[in-house]
Ligand binder design. Structure first.
Ligand code: DUC
Ligand code: ZN
Ligand code: ZN
Length: 493
C-alpha cells in the first residue's frame, strides 16, 4: 500500500464511473488517477466536491483550430485560445485538424500544426489528417509514416472545390487507411447538388444567408452518405460520418449498421439545439449561424436525438469552426458578400458540454451516463484514446471536470474564451456548469481562471481503436485481384 499522500484528492463528489454514478473520492498521483474509493487519505491539494458531479473531462473529437479552411481562410482561434475555451467548457482533450491543401506535402503539414499546438495548447490534443491531395507521396510514403507516429485518423471531403475528392481518390484513401490501420472521417455532401443549387439561387438573385440552407439540400447529405456506405463496404474500411444533420442521413446510417456495415455517425450540438430559421435575420446577421451542413428543422432535431438514443449515432462534437463577423472571417470577401462567399462554421467548443449537460442531464433527455458516454467515453474509444482518456479509472489520466449541476448561466460572447467574438447560443440559459477542470492532474480551470501556461497541453499519439478494424471482407473483386500470397499491406492500385 502506498502511504505517500496523493498529489490531489477530489473529495466527496458523485463520480460517474464506468458502472454508473457513485459517491467516491478520487485520488491523483502526478498525472494519473491512483485510487477511487471512500475516505481516501490526504492529498497535498484537496478539492471539496461535495454536492458536485465528478465526470471524465470531455473529449471534443471535431474542432477546427488555427486551421486554414477549404475556402482558404485561417480561422479565428489559435491553439491557445481554442484549447483555453475548450477547458473552460469542461473539455480536456480535443482532436483538431492538420489540413493538407493541394500541392502540400502531408508530413510538412503535420509538422507545422504540431509546432502551433506545442506552442499554444493548454489541454491534450491529437490531429485528424485532412487529405486534399491523395497522390502517391501522400498515400504511399507519408500516410504509413504518420500513422505509425500516432496519427490514426484521416478526414476527407466530398464537397468544397479546393479540397473535395472524387470517387477514385476516395477509394484510394480508404484503401490506404485500411492498409495502414487508420480510421476515416468524412464530410459527406454531394458536391454537384450543392453547386447546382448555389448557381440556381444566385441566378435568381437569392444571395443572403437566409437561403444558405437551400444551397445544401438534404438529399445532398443522403446521397453522399449512401455512396460512402457503398464505398466503405467495397473496400471494407470503417468510416465515421461527420456532422450528420438530417433525419434521413441518420436513417441511412441506421440501416447500414443493421446490414453489418462498420459505419459510425457524429452529430453536433448545433444540429440538436438550433434550427434553420436562425439564418433568417436582417442583412448579413444570419451569417453567424451558417455552418456546413446547415442547421435543419425541428423534426431533424428529434430524429437526431432518437438516433443518439438508439446508438445509430455515437458521438456529439462541436465542429468548432470560428470565424469573426468581420473582414478577417465571415466578411472576408467584402462588406456585402453572397452566401457562397461567407465562411461556413460556428464557434462551439466551450458551449458544447454546458448545452448538452443542460439538455441531457438537467432537462433529463438521455440522462447523465449517456451524456458522459456521448461526449467523452465513446469518442475516446472510437478514436483510440481509451482508457487513457474518456473514463474515471485507476491508471487513466486524471482528466476530470467537476460540475455544479445547480449553477445556471446565461451564455454570452463575453463569457467565451475563443476568438470568434460572438456565440450562436447568445442568451440561452443553461443549468449545470463545469466549475473546476483538471488535465493530467493539473488544475487547468478553477474559480473562472486559467491556471496553466500555453504549451502545457500534450500531443496524444494514437493507434486506431477497435472501431477502425476492418471486418475482413472486402468486395470479391478486390480479394480476387490480390495474389493469394499477398500480404495485407499489398497495393491493389
Ligand atoms: N465542415 C466541417 O467539418 N467544419 C466546418 C465547415 C465544414 O464544411
Ligand atoms: Zn465537414
Ligand atoms: Zn468540421
Amino acid at each position: 500500500m502506498n502511504e505517500q499522500p496523493f498529489s490531489t484528492v477530489i473529495r466527496g463528489g458523485t463520480a460517474v464511473l464506468p458502472h454508473g454514478p457513485v459517491r467516491a473520492d478520487i485520488g491523483i498521483r502526478g498525472e494519473t488517477i491512483a485510487a477511487i474509493g471512500d475516505h481516501l487519505g490526504p492529498g497535498v491539494t484537496e478539492i471539496d466536491a461535495s454536492g458536485r458531479l465528478v465526470l471524465p473531462g470531455g473529449i471534443d473529437p471535431h474542432a477546427h483550430i488555427e486551421q486554414v479552411s477549404g475556402g482558404g481562410l485561417l480561422n479565428a482561434d489559435s491553439f491557445e485560445s481554442g484549447t483555453t475555451s475548450a477547458a473552460f467548457g469542461g473539455t480536456t482533450t480535443v482532436i483538431s485538424f492538420a489540413a493538407q491543401h493541394v500541392g502540400h506535402a502531408l508530413d510538412r503539414v503535420l509538422a507545422d500544426y504540431h509546432q502551433l499546438a506545442e506552442k499554444g495548447a493548454v489541454i491534450d490534443y491529437a490531429f485528424h489528417m485532412i487529405l486534399a491531395d491523395p497522390n502517391e507521396a501522400t498515400l504511399k510514403t507519408h500516410i504509413p509514416k504518420l500513422v505509425k507516429e500516432g496519427h490514426a485518423s484521416i478526414k476527407v471531403f466530398m464537397t468544397y472545390d479546393r479540397i473535395k475528392l472524387d470517387d477514385e481518390q476516395m477509394l484510394n484513401v480508404l484503401q490506404a487507411a485500411r492498409d495502414n490501420g487508420a480510421f476515416v472521417c468524412v464530410h459527406a455532401e454531394n458536391h454537384g447538388m450543392i453547386t447546382f443549387m448555389v448557381k440556381r439561387l444566385l441566378a435568381h438573385g437569392m444571395t443572403g444567408p437566409s437561403v444558405f440552407p437551400m444551397s445544401h439540400p438534404r438529399l445532398a447529405e443522403v446521397d453522399a452518405i449512401q455512396r460512402l456506405v457503398t464505398m466503405s463496404r467495397f473496400i471494407d474500411q470503417p468510416i465515421m460520418v461527420f456532422h450528420v444533420s438530417t433525419a434521413e442521413g441518420a436513417e441511412v446510417i441506421r440501416r447500414a449498421r443493421a446490414d453489418g456495415v462498420k459505419i459510425f455517425g457524429e452529430t453536433c450540438t448545433q444540429y440538436l439545439l438550433m434550427t434553420d430559421d436562425a439564418v433568417d435575420k436582417p442583412g448579413l446577421e444570419g451569417a453567424k449561424w451558417m455552418c456546413s451542413p446547415p442547421l435543419r428543422k425541428g423534426a431533424d432535431q428529434e430524429a437526431l436525438w432518437q438516433a443518439l438514443a438508439q446508438d445509430d449515432l455515437q458521438v456529439v462534437s462541436s465542429d468548432h469552426a470560428p470565424y469573426r463577423f468581420d473582414a478577417s472571417g465571415k466578411l472576408s470577401a467584402g462588406p456585402n458578400p453572397t452566401f457562397k462567399e461567407i465562411a461556413n462554421g460556428l464557434p462551439g467548443l466551450e458551449a458544447r458540454l454546458p448545452l448538452l449537460f443542460d439538455a441531457m442531464v438537467t432537462r433529463g433527455r438521455l440522462g447523465l451516463e449517456r451524456f458522459v458516454a456521448l461526449t467523452s467515453t465513446a469518442p475516446a474509444k472510437i478514436y483510440g484514446l481509451y482508457p487513457k482518456k474518456g473514463v474515471l479509472a485507476v491508471g487513466s489520466d486524471a482528466d476530470i471536470a467537476i460540475w455544479d449541476g445547480k449553477k445556471t448561466v446565461t451564455l454570452s460572447a463575453s463569457l467565451m474564451h475563443d476568438r470568434a467574438g460572438y456565440t450562436p447560443y447568445e442568451g440561452m440559459s443553461v443549468t449545470g456548469w463545469p466549475v473546476t477542470v483538471l488535465s493530467r492532474g493539473r488544475i487547468v480551470v478553477r474559480d473562472g481562471e486559467l491556471k496553466v501556461a500555453p504549451g502545457s497541453g500534450r500531443f496524444l499519439p494514437r493507434q486506431a481503436g477497435e472501431a477502425a478494424q476492418p471486418l475482413g471482407r472486402p468486395a470479391a473483386e478486390i480479394t480476387g485481384s490480390l495474389p493469394s500470397s499477398a500480404p495485407r499491406h499489398a497495393s491493389v492500385a
